[in-house]
Design a protein around this ligand. Sequence first.
Ligand code: 4AD
Ligand code: MG
Length: 434
Amino acid sequence: MAPGPMVAIADILKGGHTGQTVELRGWIHRTRTMGGKAFVVLRDATGILQVTLAKDAVSPEAFAAAEKALIESSAIVKGTIVADKRAPGGYEVRASDFHVVHFAEKFPIQEDLSEEFLLDIRHLWVRSQRMTEIFRIRDSAFKAVHEYFRGQGFWEVHPPMITPAGSEGGSTLFELDYFGRKAYLTQSWQLYAEALVLAMEKIYYIGPSFRAEKSRTTRHLTEYWHAEMEQAWVGMDEVIKHAEGVISHACQVVAEDHPGDVVALGRTPEFLKAVRPPFEHMTYDDALKTLKSKGMDLEWGKDLRTLEERALTEGKTKPVVVTHYPRVSQAFYKARDPKHPDLVLGFDVIAGDGVGEMVGGSERETDLETIKKSLLEQGADPKSYDWYLDSRRYGSVQHAGFGMGMERLIQWICKLEHIRDAVPFPRTPARFSP
Ligand code: 4AD
Ligand code: MG
């Protein structure tokens, strides 16, 4: 087959090639033959498009190949792009040639399969329309986070993934045998960020974090992608502005890049475009009052659970920022509130639709003795953190930062019932395969 210009389906659907003769590569999504015509819906990374083969317009071999090929066979098509209201997406290719690269075996995914089976064959399910819609949005969300922080003058700096100690509590640490010594998979770049921020002042990174979280919920993974930032010379309020800014920018970019995918997944581009700062802010104490008015009594000091987060975001179209949590049960590095020593200058950004905490952050404690005391209170050995404590020995300055779960962000943007669909190959307590 003589090569023509190779085009992407998304460009055809935007009307960019109407009337032109082009070449397409992809996989067969659906196929049917009717009255001397074969209709093949072809999929590439950007979308799906109908290819029509008229028996008298292609060679007998090409027509036979189109008739014979089962779904997920790979193919190269040459043809002319025409606008046609009857075709899905409004365009189709009138084929002049059709070449099957590989005839697929009978594809195991048919209709009405159980969630569990689809997870077993995730390596094939990733080709589905639904998954590819989510992947395109995920790509835009990652792009947006990089764009936002770079645009604000942050340096991208990278921490290690193999670490000698945790920062977010011992119960969710994954332990590994490091040549006979105990090491842990990172839960957060926290300790490294606080060392690096005294070198680079404004830093961010996106990388994997690991939590040995046994809870089977619709918003926990054991491996997730963590977007984290840390900034010197600022307090909690300044980094809350960045949390609002980065979430908003991600929503704008996704709405702009992939409006069709957004609609297919059950959101609208208008909903995302309206996600602009400032978000609603409330203190933890105010949150308890709001909950009380809804008939929910939460004991002071207890963390907000899923049902409370749901109640606080009920009917809201933008995430909500909750600040000033009680010190009890908060990580050792969070700064005390100088006005209320039993509170920390910490915040969460809480999203609706059952996603809950999307961002967790705080101003950091700068005083060496206070941090040591907090470590001891939490049953940790300050000796294991001695290198980290040097950040409070040599030029300690005010600093603050946060971490955002990328899958939580994507789950919320795409309105996914379960966080596992926000990532191609989810890791949960029940499975790490395929
Ligand atoms: O609230 P977390 O535990 O905070 C930290 O790790 C801080 N050291 C971050 C920082 O200040 N640099 O986690 C931050 C975010 C949560 O708000 C949530 O979005 C996400 O990480 N997250 C998870 N996402 C998916 N599955 C899990 N098991 C998660 N645990 C936390
Ligand atoms: Mg948290």
